[in-house]
Design a protein around this ligand. Structure first.
Ligand code: BT5
Length: 323
């Protein structure tokens, strides 16, 4: 169901001139007072609206900054992001995700921040999250799955990001196992899946997505400039962050729903389509060792299969790939 405010914005944006309060109230089947109240809410969220007696309302400009409301108005999802919390600045949306989970917030709750002070990657690595330049968001999921299937959610999220980029550009996104989205060999996005489990059941998952969107090259920290990039750098154009978030959430919901209904097989196929260096020789390292191997693909459970030069095959659940 589209929200009334979203419909109001659509009506006002369709008309180049003024739309009378009566016309809006007729089209939306709400009272004139309700129209007026909605207008005030829109103004609070940064819309500049002109109201002229006997003519009606007109949008002068849309907000240049996102908010929980503006994000939700264009959201075409059934459950994902129906509860959505937006912050200007947090330490890490992952932390907030865990807090919300322990407060019992529902499956599909989304936390988004314009900036993170202590964005984190895997193994307590740092994730650079400058203000207004990217998507820093965490999704709270309560899947009815055993803990061993949690890594599949990371792979699922990576295919969603790759599909979003493919949908909107001519670029060729690739996924480096397990959690990096690359464009032209550079990391544009990373995923961090953290889970709380008890017995043989996942209690909840906080799935973090960090995506560099509008950074220019000089806005990427120097120490990672050789291996990191943004959608803007790769596509040569500025992106609408709000629409990009909405597209990711829509694709995520669709992909997740079919994963729950039909299992991992389709995600596996999509992942392998985008898989980076599959069939090629790479260097793999774990805490204990480093070796050369050919990447074969992913297993039905999401593990990476690799073959060393003696022909021994191994399933990997956690490792770093280098080349
Ligand atoms: C990841 O870790 O790639 C997972 C990143 C998840 C970030 C999201 S943002 C929303 C949510 N809230 C959080 O606090 N985190 C999640 P990993 O594979 O360990 O990669 C980390 C490494 O990527 C760092 O050690 C750097 O080398 C590099 N890196 C840091 N910031 C980057 C950036 N903005 N873009 C590309 N690479 C980056």
């Amino acid at each position: 169901m589209e929200s009334t405010r979203k419909q109001l914005i659509d009506l006002l944006e369709k008309e180049k001139g003024y739309v009378s309060g009566q016309q809006l109230s007729d089209s939306l089947n709400i009272s004139r007072t309700a129209v007026w109240k909605h207008m005030n809410e829109l103004k609070k969220d940064g819309y500049q609206i002109e109201a002229v007696r006997k003519k009606g309302y007109k949008i002068l400009s849309s907000p240049d900054k996102i908010s929980g409301n503006t994000l939700q108005w264009g959201l075409e999802t059934k459950w994902l992001g129906q509860k959505l919390i937006h912050f200007d600045q947090v330490e890490s949306t992952q932390e907030i995700g865990h807090q919300l989970a322990s407060q019992g917030k529902p499956h599909g709750t989304v936390v988004i921040a314009d900036a993170q002070g202590k964005g984190r990657g895997r193994m307590a690595r740092n994730w650079h999250s400058p203000k207004g330049k990217g998507i820093w968001m965490s999704i709270l999921l309560r899947p009815d799955l055993p803990p061993m299937r949690a890594p599949q959610l990371t792979l699922l999220a990576a295919t969603v990001l790759a599909k979003m980029v493919r949908e909107k550009t001519n670029l060729h996104p690739q996924i480096k196992w397990p959690n990096d989205l690359l464009i032209d060999h550079k990391k544009v996005s990373g995923i961090l899946t953290e889970m709380q489990a008890e017995h043989d059941q996942i209690q909840y998952v906080v799935l973090g997505i960090g995506m560099n969107v509008n950074q220019q090259l000089n806005e990427i920290p120097q120490d990672i400039r050789h291996k990191a990039s943004s959608l803007k750098i790769e596509s040569g154009q500025e992106w609408d962050i709000q629409q990009t978030i909405q597209s990711i959430l829509r694709l995520f919901e669709n992909t997740y729903d079919s994963y729950v209904e039909q299992g991992f097989e389709q995600v596996k196929k999509e992942w392998e389509h985008f898989g980076y260096r599959i069939g090629e020789e790479v260097t793999i390292s774990t805490m204990r060792r480093e070796w050369q191997a050919t990447l074969i693909g992913i297993e039905p459970d999401g593990a990476l299969r690799a073959r060393d030069k003696d022909g021994n095959e191994e399933k990997l659940y956690s490792a770093e790939i280098h080349w």
